[in-house]
Every structure is written in structure tokens, then in C-alpha cells.
Design a protein around this ligand. Structure first.
Ligand code: SF4
Ligand code: SF4
Length: 67
């Protein structure tokens, strides 16, 4: 099954990946990352198709997609 990993030390919580994901896999966490931002997290990982749109739009190269 495809999955994503978000590097919370890079993520600045800009939400671009949330908008880009066609499957509503990602949301912002309720918990601060060490960086002081609310990071993106996969909340519906079972819906991920591995399309990589989230990784393409992330300006901080914080998302890796595994197929
Ligand atoms: S790889 Fe595609 S489906 Fe999976 S979280 Fe990223 S944008 Fe969404
Ligand atoms: S696009 Fe990148 S920096 Fe922005 S919320 Fe998503 S993972 Fe974080």
C-alpha cells in the first residue's frame, strides 16, 4: 500500500499538500512540531494512491512518498 512520510522538522504547516491531495489523506496536526509549526500528518493513510502530488507541491521538500 502506498504511504507518505512527513519530515516534521522541515514542514512549516503551509497546507499546500492538504489542498493538493485528491484523497484528503493529509491534515494539520493538533500538536506543535519542534519547529513551532503545526505539521502536516497523514490522517487517512488508507486512502493514499501514491500519486505524489503532495510531494511535488511541498516547497520545503518535507514529504516522501513510498509505493
Ligand atoms: S501521494 Fe497523492 S494520495 Fe497520497 S497523500 Fe500524497 S497527494 Fe494524497
Ligand atoms: S506542503 Fe510541505 S511544508 Fe506545507 S504543510 Fe505540506 S508538508 Fe508541510
Amino acid at each position: 500500500m502506498p504511504k507518505i512520510d512527513v519530515d516534521v522538522t522541515r514542514c512549516k504547516g503551509c497546507e499546500l499538500c492538504i489542498v493538493a491531495c485528491p484523497k484528503d489523506v493529509i491534515a494539520l496536526s493538533d500538536n506543535f512540531a519542534p519547529s513551532g509549526y503545526y505539521p502536516a500528518v497523514p490522517v487517512r493513510p488508507e486512502n493514499c494512491t501514491g500519486c505524489k502530488l503532495c510531494a511535488y507541491v511541498c516547497p520545503d521538500v518535507a514529504i516522501e512518498v513510498w509505493k
